[in-house]
Design a protein around this ligand. Structure first.
Ligand SMILES: [Zn+2]
Length: 325
């Protein structure tokens, strides 16, 4: 989601060429290039096949079960945090935050997040007739989760030095319908608000956090979003440098953008973990991607190259070890 508060001779040369290739390959390995974008795409597709993952629906329940089962293939440390929260209109929503931990005994930890629910209404669709239809959320939700599932699979193949917690957040996108009057900004991100007040392990701390939101569109642009720059500027600068070092400057742009309300706000503000949002928000276009909160947020909008840029960056950040204290 996210909501904008208006305020990224043959023999002679053959051998050196092979050496260069081998060097490039091992360098790539060190930088976390093991990320398999087609695998990540498959995880996005699978989520979409459940239909819109709208809270209090069978598709939502079925997707939660699949996420847990999938993560358990790669780590025994999976916790499901079931909770209830009140939506902007008073209805009670059943939420599930899902946490998969790697290297669970390590004290030094990195938190990776994405929301897995999808929005109940396409209230920014160009056609008002769609304003009460659910959003498929291929990009808004499933893309970030797809990248993190592939990251989880990679972590199971190569144990990181730091501990890593993958937190799949629920109830992010049940914020007030655009026609609703009088709702609070806090009607968004109910799952992260709950987790930040009730972490899955009492006293949980991470050195830093990274949130992925809408990381799948072909024309994705990730600026240095304002809430992240306020709470976690050093982390943000390091991640953007890492991305640009990997050749992903087209996506990870150096310019700053408006502060947004997204899950990272509450993780920063309530849990005190400096957390950065990698989010598609193009300050030179309409802001969020064209499919945002429309019935057009479907699998055809997902580009494996974007998933690859984000996944490689996240893996590089994990395996390169130290980011700012
Ligand atoms: Zn959304």
């Amino acid at each position: 989601m996210a909501y904008n508060i208006p305020i990224m001779l043959k023999r002679a040369i053959l051998i050196p060429a092979l050496v260069v290739l081998a060097a490039a390959f091992s360098c790539g390995e060190e930088k976390g290039m093991g990320f398999d974008a087609s695998s990540a795409y498959g995880f996005v597709k699978k989520q979409v096949e459940f239909g819109p993952r709208v809270p209090n629906t069978p598709a939502h329940d079925a997707c939660a079960d699949w996420l847990v089962k999938t993560l358990k293939q790669w780590t025994p440390d999976v916790v499901v945090q079931a909770f209830q929260a009140k939506a902007y209109d008073g209805r009670v929503l059943d939420g599930k935050n899902i946490v998969a931990s790697f290297n669970a005994e390590a004290k030094d930890r990195i938190l990776l997040c994405a929301h897995w629910d999808s929005r109940p209404f396409a209230d920014h669709d160009p056609d008002p007739a769609n304003h009460f239809k659910p959003v498929m959320g291929a990009n808004d939700g499933a893309s970030g989760v797809g990248v993190l599932l592939e990251v989880a699979r990679q972590l199971s193949l190569r144990k990181p030095v730091a501990g890593v917690d993958i937190l799949l957040l629920d109830l992010e996108d049940f914020g007030a319908h655009r026609n609703w009057r009088g709702a609070s900004e806090d009607s968004w991100a109910l799952g992260s608000q709950y987790w930040a007040r009730n972490p899955h392990r009492p006293g949980y701390k991470a050195r830093f956090g990274v949130l992925l939101d809408m990381v799948g569109a072909a024309d994705a642009v990730f600026p240095m979003e304002g809430t992240s720059m306020y709470y976690a500027p050093a982390v943000m600068k390091k991640i953007w440098e890492t991305a640009r070092g990997l050749g992903h400057a087209k996506y990870f742009q150096a310019r700053e953008a408006d502060p947004l309300i997204d899950d990272h706000l509450y993780i920063n503000k309530i849990a005190g973990i400096p957390t950065v949002d990698i989010i598609h928000y193009d300050t030179e276009k309409q802001g969020f991607p064209a499919s945002w909160h429309t019935v057009g947020d479907t699998l055809d909008k997902i580009d494996v190259n974007t998933l690859k840029a984000v996944g490689e960056t996240v893996l590089a950040v994990i395996y390169q070890g130290k980011l700012p204290e």
